[in-house]
Ligand binder design. Structure first.
Ligand SMILES: Nc1ncnc2c1ncn2[C@@H]1O[C@H](COP(=O)(O)OP(=O)(O)O)[C@@H](O)[C@H]1O
Ligand SMILES: Cc1ncsc1CCOP(=O)(O)O
Length: 491
C-alpha cells in the first residue's frame, strides 16, 4: 500500500455531476492527475453501492498509474473493498477510532472541521489531516455551517501547533483566489496550509489538466517560499537608515511611473460603494495589485463592522490604515474609544505590540495613525514621529495619509513589475515590492510636508495650512524626506 509521505498540495475531491457536457469522468480524472493533482478523494453522495464500487475501482487504477493516493468519502466498506489509501469522514460520519479499528494499519483518515473545537477533537481522535472550511461560499455543496472565511482559518490552524496533523482548506477555492487563500490562511504562530481541496475549478473545467497545472504551480510556489506580510520578510533587517533610504527611492518612482490609483472614498456604507470596493478588491488581488483599506469609523455601527469584515474576507488587504479607535474596533479591542470617526483618549498602552499583533493576524501591513504613527508588517514595528498638530485640525488628514500610502504602494508594485522578467517563474507573492516601506513612505510624505507647511509665513491657521500642505506635498524631494524623517525601528 502507498503511504506515509502524502502530498496534500492539490487535493482533488471528485464531483461527477459537475463534468462539462460530453467530458468522460475517467478521462477528466486522468488529465487532472497529469496536471498535478497530488491526492484524490472519491466523493459520491447519491450513487448506489454497486456503481460506487465500480467507479472507485476504476479511479484507483488511474490514481495508481500516477502514484497518487486515493481516499474514499465516508464509505468504509468501499474503501476496504478496493484497498484505498484511506477515508475522509464528516462530523456526522463514523468516529475516527471506529474507522481506524476497521481499516488496515497506516490508513489515512481525514476529518471535515468547521470550528476550532472540531479541529481539537480531530487531533485528539488521531486524524491524519483536517479539511478546514468553508473558506468561501460554494455552489458545489449545500454547506450548513457558517463560512469560516480566510480570516477565521488562522485560529483553526493554530490548534494544530505541536501536532503532525496536516490541513487543507476547502470551498470556493479557484485559480483566481488560491493565492489569497494560501496567503491569508496562516495562524499567528506561522502555521500555514499543507494544501487546498478543490472540486469545481478542476472537475467542471473542459481542460482539467490545465486547471490542475495552474493551481498546482501556485501551491508549489507558496510552499517553497511562503509569502510574508508584504514586506521583505522576517529575515530582512530593517534599520532606520534602510527605511529612510527606501523612502528616498520610492518618491521618484511615483513621478516616473505615475501609477493609476483607483480610490473609493467616503460613503463607505452605501451599497454602491461597498459593491465597488468588493469588485475592485477582487480584481486587485487577482492582478496582484496592492489594496489599501481605511475602515473609516468602523466601530461606529454594526453595519460598518460587518461590511469591513465581509470585505476583508473577500479580498486580502495589503495595508490596513486607521486611527486607534478604528483599528481597535477591527481588532475587537475595547481599549480605545471613538467619537464619530475620531479617536479619543490616550490610545493604546502598547501601540507597538498592538500593530504587530494586528498585522500578524490580518496578514498585512498595519498603519496606526495619531500624534505618533506606528507601522508593522507583523514582525518589525516602525515608529514615525513626524507631523504637526495642525493636521489634527483639518478634516481628512487621515484620508490624505491613506491616499498617500496607496500611491506609494502602487509605485513600489509597478516598479517591481517593471523589473520582472516576462519568463520569471511563478512566485507566491500576492503583491510584489516592499509594501512595508511603501506604507511608511506614504505616512512620511504627509507628515513631513505638514512640518514644512506649518512653518511657512503665509500659514496663519488651519485654513491657510491646507493649501500650503498640498503645495509642500508637491514640492517634496527624496532629500527633504530622508533628512526630515524621524524613524525608529522596534524589532
Ligand atoms: N497632533 C499631531 N501632531 C502630529 N501629527 C499629527 C497630529 N495629529 C494628527 N497627526 C498626523 O495626521 C495624520 C492623520 O492622523 P489621524 O488624525 O490619526 O487620522 P484620522 O483623521 O483618520 O483620525 C497622521 O499621519 C498623524 O501623524
Ligand atoms: C466537498 C465539500 N465540502 C465542503 S465544501 C465542498 C465542496 C467544495 O467545492 P468547490 O471546490 O467546487 O467549491
Amino acid at each position: 500500500m502507498l503511504r506515509r509521505s502524502i502530498d496534500y498540495s492539490l487535493y482533488l475531491v471528485t464531483g461527477r455531476d459537475l463534468l462539462p457536457n460530453g467530458k468522460d469522468y475517467l478521462e477528466s480524472l486522468e488529465e487532472s492527475l497529469q496536471g498535478g493533482v497530488s491526492l484524490v478523494q472519491i466523493r459520491e453522495k447519491t450513487t448506489d453501492t454497486g456503481e460506487f464500487l465500480k467507479i472507485a475501482q476504476q479511479s484507483k487504477a488511474i490514481c495508481r498509474k500516477y502514484n497518487v493516493p486515493i481516499l474514499i468519502n465516508d464509505r468504509l466498506d468501499i474503501a476496504l473493498a478496493i484497498g484505498a489509501d484511506g477515508v475522509h469522514l464528516g462530523q456526522t460520519d463514523m468516529p475516527i477510532a471506529v474507522a481506524r479499528s476497521m481499516l488496515p494499519p497506516n490508513s489515512i483518515i481525514g476529518m471535515t472541521c468547521n470550528t476550532v473545537e472540531h479541529v481539537r477533537k480531530a487531533v485528539q481522535d488521531g486524524a491524519d489531516y483536517v479539511g478546514v472550511g468553508p473558506v468561501w461560499t460554494t455552489q458545489t455543496k449545500k454547506v450548513t455551517s457558517p463560512i469560516v472565511g480566510v480570516r477565521g482559518m488562522g485560529e483553526m490552524l493554530k490548534a494544530l501547533d505541536g501536532t503532525n496533523v496536516k490541513a487543507v482548506a476547502i470551498a470556493g477555492i479557484k485559480f483566481t483566489n488560491v493565492l489569497h487563500c494560501l496567503h491569508g490562511c496562516v495562524s499567528t504562530t506561522g502555521r500555514s496550509l499543507d494544501g487546498v481541496a478543490v472540486v469545481s475549478d478542476i472537475v467542471a473545467s473542459p481542460d482539467p489538466r490545465l486547471a490542475a497545472q495552474r493551481l498546482a504551480a501556485i501551491v508549489q510556489a507558496f510552499k517553497s517560499n511562503p509569502s510574508h506580510n508584504f514586506s521583505l520578510g522576517p529575515t530582512a533587517s530593517y534599520t532606520p537608515e534602510s527605511v529612510k533610504a527606501s523612502v528616498g527611492v520610492l518618491l521618484p518612482l511615483i513621478r516616473h511611473f505615475s501609477p493609476l490609483v483607483h480610490q473609493i472614498t467616503n460613503n463607505v456604507v452605501t451599497n454602491q460603494s461597498a459593491n465597488a470596493t468588493l469588485a475592485l478588491g477582487l480584481n486587485a488581488n487577482i492582478n496582484r495589485k496592492p489594496i489599501v483599506f481605511d475602515p473609516v469609523g468602523v466601530g461606529a455601527t454594526k453595519y460598518r463592522q460587518s461590511s469591513a469584515n465581509y470585505l476583508l474576507n473577500t479580498w486580502q488587504a495589503t495595508v490596513i490604515k486607521g486611527n486607534a479607535a478604528e483599528l481597535g474596533a477591527l481588532a475587537n479591542s475595547l481599549e480605545v474609544q471613538a467619537k464619530g470617526v475620531d479617536s479619543v483618549g490616550k490610545g493604546f498602552a502598547d501601540p507597538a505590540s498592538f500593530v504587530r499583533n494586528l498585522a500578524k493576524k490580518e496578514r498585512c501591513v498595519v498603519v496606526l495613525t495619531g500624534m505618533t504613527d506606528w507601522v508593522s508588517d507583523g514582525t518589525t514595528v516602525v515608529k514615525l514621529s513626524n507631523g504637526h498638530p495642525l493636521l489634527g485640525e483639518i478634516t481628512g488628514s487621515g484620508c490624505m495619509v491613506g491616499s498617500s500610502i496607496a500611491i506609494f504602494c502602487a509605485a513600489a508594485s509597478v516598479a517591481e513589475a517593471a523589473k520582472r522578467a516576462p519568463d520569471a517563474p511563478e512566485d507566491a507573492r500576492l503583491v510584489r515590492g516592499d509594501m512595508f516601506a511603501a506604507a511608511i513612505a506614504g505616512v512620511l510624505a504627509v507628515t513631513i510636508a505638514s512640518e514644512f507647511a506649518a512653518v511657512r509665513a503665509d500659514v496663519k491657521g488651519s485654513g491657510t495650512f491646507l493649501p500650503a500642505l498640498i503645495d509642500e506635498l508637491g514640492g517634496l524631494t527624496p532629500d527633504k524626506m530622508v533628512s526630515a524623517a524621524r524613524v525608529e525601528v522596534i524589532h
